[in-house]
Ligand binder design. Structure first.
Ligand SMILES: Cc1cc2nc3c(=O)[nH]c(=O)nc-3n(C[C@H](O)[C@H](O)[C@H](O)COP(=O)(O)OP(=O)(O)OC[C@H]3O[C@@H](n4cnc5c(N)ncnc54)[C@H](O)[C@@H]3O)c2cc1C
Length: 422
């Protein structure tokens, strides 16, 4: 990973994650990727008695799992109305329920494993970036209530001012179930929990090729070969071209975050009085919240391609000051970026292909889903739980794509134009 991971790693409680040193020649289950998905799968399988090794190319959590916004959100990136139309009501309800179960699971896991990660049910506010977007939020509120029995609160232009000290927005939709956590503290706690369950975590081991098949896989790694009865791919936006079938289904998209110096309590109480997490309705959206130590953490898809942190930080600072002019003199002390894994239908996917198990494609909604799907995938492979409803959704390949996202600049321009015209 060339970019520094940013605020979360710098401010997480220092805990010792006991990583192993020696690559075994043979394991029962090899898990590729040491983020939330891989660690949750490792914990579940080790608790079930399997001999599990997590192989991480960089350091544990160094992918999106210690770089994200720490917003623990119900639902998916995919538009729920489209999910109902495409997959039918019963399936859409099952998928939405899984997204809520994912949040409940994260809360239980944090309590059971006593993970010190500032978890709280903050509630999440989606802000209407234009008056015309408020009617979109109203339709979403009605759909959530009608199809899913899920209650949210719509706030008009005046009411929204009780939630945010900014004139920038025409209203908002408040979701009560969403939460917030410190991403790096959570991934470290999860790693310790996986080790405690008996999993072996290895860093600086890049898997270069997966050969063989179920019962007799052979992984070529940067530190030698490993034989494994089962393989779990938990690489999300960092997959590259390792398994070509997955590479043609998952697109790496950059997302960037800045964090200011800690703000005075009075200023914080004016800007986000109820300390919620927030995002807006642009396609190239912004998301923001306070960190546990009182900084404004402000993120967005300032550029579509991974990398380019410095340029993104300038754009994000400008956007932050537009929303909160009171922050015009505030210093930005951290800037970092990470990579999301996008899918064509904007849903996460879990399943098996030629015996290779996978869970990925969270499209920026992965803190809860990756943790829950990793755990559930582990349970499924142990024979202790059925596949989740998500596993029945076909995983579409992206036309003319094999893992090199040549179309991202066009996608960025297209969504930027849609925002300007909306
Ligand atoms: C800037 C940013 C903000 C985000 N904000 C939010 C948010 O607020 N809320 C939310 O719900 N989601 C958010 N997300 C998404 C969320 O962080 C991810 O969905 C989640 O972390 C995915 O976890 P994971 O374990 O599947 O993947 P990752 O944490 O990305 O881990 C994948 C790992 O695989 C490793 N790897 C890849 N290839 C190999 C290989 N060949 N060999 C060995 N190791 C390999 C990588 O090094 C990496 O560590 C955000 C993401 C980013 C980047």
């Amino acid at each position: 990973m060339s970019e520094p991971p940013g605020l979360w790693s710098a401010t997480a409680p220092r805990i010792d994650v006991p990583v192993g040193q020696t690559l075994p020649s043979e394991v029962e289950v090899a898990i590729i990727g040491g983020g939330y998905t891989g660690l949750a799968a490792a914990r579940a399988m080790a608790r079930g008695g399997a001999r599990v090794a997590v192989l991480e190319r960089s350091t544990i959590g160094a992918g999106a799992s210690n770089r994200n916004g720490g917003m623990v959100l119900p639902g998916f990136k995919a538009d729920l109305g489209r999910v109902v139309r495409r997959h039918g009501r019963a399936t859409a309800r099952a998928l939405f329920e899984e997204s809520l179960e994912a949040i409940r699971f994260v809360a239980r896991l944090i309590a059971e494993e006593t993970i010190d990660c500032d978890w709280r049910r903050s509630g999440h506010l989606t802000l209407a970036a234009k008056p015309s977007h408020l009617s979109r939020l109203r339709s979403e509120q009605q759909l959530l209530a009608r199809e899913f029995g899920y209650q949210t609160t719509l706030l008009g232009p005046t009411e929204v001012r009780t939630e945010i000290g900014s004139h920038h927005y025409a209203g908002g939709l408040l979701d009560p179930e969403a939460g917030a956590l410190q991403p790096a503290a959570f991934v470290d706690g999860l790693a310790v929990a996986a080790c405690r369950a008996g999993a072996l975590l290895l860093e600086q081991v890049e898997v270069l090729a997966v050969r063989g098949g179920p019962g007799a896989f052979r992984l070529e790694t940067s530190r030698g070969a490993v034989a494994a009865r089962r393989v779990v791919v938990a690489t999300n936006g960092y997959h590259g071209r390792l398994v070509p079938w997955l590479a043609s289904r998952i697109v790496p998209v950059g997302s960037f975050i800045i964090a200011t110096e800690p703000l005075a309590p009075g200023l914080r109480a004016r800007l986000i009085p109820h300390n919620r997490t927030l995002s807006d309705t642009w396609n190239l959206l912004h998301y923001f919240r306070f960190s546990p130590d009182g900084r404004m953490v402000f993120g967005g898809r300032a550029g579509f391609t991974p990398g380019a942190v410095r340029r993104s930080a300038t754009l994000l600072r400008r956007a932050m000051v537009q929303v909160f002019p009171e922050l015009s003199g505030t210093t930005v002390t951290y800037a970092w970026g990470g990579t999301l894994g996008f899918t064509l239908d904007q849903l996460p996917h879990v399943g098996e292909w030629q015996g290779i198990a996978y869970a990925l494609g969270y499209c920026g909604h992965g803190v809860a889903f990756s943790t829950w799907l990793g755990d559930r995938l582990g349970q499924v492979l142990l024979g202790a739980a059925p596949w989740p409803a998500l596993a029945a959704i076909p995983f579409p390949a992206i036309p003319f794509y094999r893992g090199r996202p040549w179309f991202l600049p066009f996608a960025g321009a297209y969504y930027g134009l849609r925002d300007r015209l909306s």
